[in-house]
Ligand binder design. Structure first.
Ligand code: SAH
Length: 356
C-alpha cells in the first residue's frame, strides 16, 4: 500500500493532546474516571487562539491538570523563527520534539474585504519532514523523506496562526503518503468543539497517488483535491515527476474524475510553467484534450527558482498565451501570482535548511 512507503524513519514522538479527536479525548477522560464534560473543557482550551496551556486551564481541577501534564509531557512544535514577506506572507519555522524542523506559511489575501466575502487567511501546512517523491523542480524532495508528521504536529501548525479561514496541505511532503495522520488531522480541524474548519475550506494537494485518491473518494469528506500535474503527457511528466512512472496519466485522470464524481467537487490541476520545458502551444493543446469533460480548473503557477535546478518561469506574455489557449476550450484557468518569494515561502521552496 502506498501509505506504507513513507513509514516514519525516526522515532515517532510521544502522543500529545493534539493527536486526539474529540471522541478519543472523551473516551480517555472517561477512562480516567472523570466526567465526560471535561473533554469539552480541554478541547476548547486547546483550540482557543492562542491555545491555553495545561497549567493555565483554570476551569479544571488542579489534580486533573496534573494528570494531563504527567500523561502528555510533550510540548509540541516550538516556533523558532518567523519571516514576513513584503506581500504579507508569513513563514513560520518550528522545531519538533525530536529536533526536526518544519515550515508553515500563512498567505493572507488582502483583496477581499467586503462583508459578504471577508478576506481569506490561508495556512499552507506541511505533512512530512522532507518528501520521498523527488519532483525535479521542487526543493522539498531534495533531501529525501525524514519522517511523517503526527496528526498533532499537523494540527498544531494551524494554531501558529490566528483567525485561519482556509487550510491547504501544500507545504512540505506528500499528504496522501501520510494518509492516516492526515485524515485524523482533518477530523480534528473539522470538530465543532474546536476549530470548526469545514472540509470545503481544506485542500489536499497530491503528486497523484492513485490508490490513495481512490481511498479518499470513499471517505465521505468534501475536501478539495488538487493534483500536481505539471505536464500533459507521460513522457514529459515521467521526467519531471518520477511518480508518473508508477501512476501514469491513464490511471491518474480517471481517478481524479472518479473523485470529482463521488464528492461533487471540482478538481484543481496545478501546472507549473517552466520556461522552454512544458509551456508551448503543443502542451497547452494536449492539456486541453487531456482534461476535456472533467469538472476541473487549472492553476498555472510560474516556476519559482529552486537551488540546484536551471529552471525559471517563461516570460509573462507566454504564460498569458498558455492561459488563453486553455480558456479557449472552456477550461477555467487562473495564472497564480507568486507569494512570499522573498522569504522562500512560495510553492516548492519550503526546504529543510535546518535538517541537513
Ligand atoms: N506533494 C504535494 C504537496 C506539496 S504542494 C504535491 O506535490 O502536490 C506543493 C505545490 O508546489 C505543488 O503544486 C508543487 O508542484 C508546487 N511546486 C513545487 N516546486 C515548485 C516550483 N519550483 N515552482 C512553483 N511551484 C512549485
Amino acid at each position: 500500500m502506498e501509505g506504507n512507503r513513507s513509514k516514519p524513519l525516526l522515532r515517532v514522538p510521544s502522543p500529545s493532546l493534539y493527536d486526539f479527536t474529540f471522541q478519543e479525548l472523551t473516551d480517555w477522560v472517561v477512562d480516567q474516571g472523570q466526567p465526560p464534560y471535561r473533554a469539552r473543557q480541554v478541547f476548547r482550551s486547546l483550540y482557543r487562539n492562542p491555545p491555553v496551556r495545561i497549567p493555565e486551564m483554570s476551569d479544571l481541577p488542579k489534580e486533573f491538570r496534573k494528570l494531563l501534564s504527567d500523561s502528555f509531557p510533550q510540548e509540541g512544535p516550538a516556533s523558532v523563527q518567523t519571516q514576513r514577506s513584503s506581500d504579507g506572507t508569513v513563514k513560520h519555522l518550528s522545531r519538533l520534539s525530536d529536533g526536526q524542523f518544519l515550515e508553515t506559511v500563512l498567505i493572507p489575501s488582502g483583496t477581499r474585504q467586503t462583508c459578504s466575502e471577508p478576506s481569506r487567511r490561508t495556512v499552507c501546512v506541511s505533512t512530512q519532514v522532507g518528501c520521498a517523491y523527488s519532483c525535479a523542480f521542487c526543493a522539498s524532495g531534495q533531501l529525501g523523506l525524514k519522517r511523517d508528521l503526527t496528526a498533532g504536529e499537523i494540527v498544531q501548525q494551524i494554531l501558529l496562526v490566528q483567525r485561519v479561514t482556509n487550510v491547504v496541505f501544500m507545504g512540505m511532503g506528500e499528504p496522501l503518503a501520510n494518509y492516516e495522520n492526515l485524515l485524523k488531522a482533518i477530523r480534528i480541524l473539522n470538530a465543532p468543539e474546536g476549530l470548526k474548519i469545514g472540509a470545503r475550506r481544506i485542500t489536499i494537494s497530491t503528486v497523484g497517488l492513485v490508490p490513495m485518491i481512490e481511498r479518499l473518494a470513499k471517505e465521505n469528506l468534501q475536501v478539495e483535491l488538487s493534483v500536481s500535474l505539471h505536464a500533459p503527457n507521460d513522457e514529459l511528466r515521467g521526467k519531471l515527476m518520477p511518480v508518473n512512472r508508477k501512476y501514469p496519466l491513464s490511471e491518474l485522470i480517471p481517478a481524479a474524475k472518479a473523485y470529482s464524481r463521488a464528492t461533487k467537487r471540482m478538481i484543481t490541476f496545478e501546472y507549473i510553467l517552466i520556461d522552454g520545458v512544458n509551456d508551448g502551444e503543443g502542451e497547452a493543446r494536449q492539456l486541453r484534450k487531456l482534461l476535456q469533460g472533467l469538472l476541473c480548473k487549472v492553476n498555472l503557477i510560474p516556476c519559482h527558482p529552486t537551488p540546484g535546478t536551471p529552471w525559471k518561469h517563461p516570460p509573462l506574455s507566454r504564460m498569458i498565451s498558455f492561459e488563453k489557449l486553455l480558456r479557449l476550450k472552456g477550461i477555467p484557468c487562473t495564472l497564480r501570482r507568486s507569494r512570499g518569494l522573498d522569504i522562500e515561502g512560495a510553492c516548492g521552496q519550503l526546504r529543510l535548511r535546518y535538517n541537513q
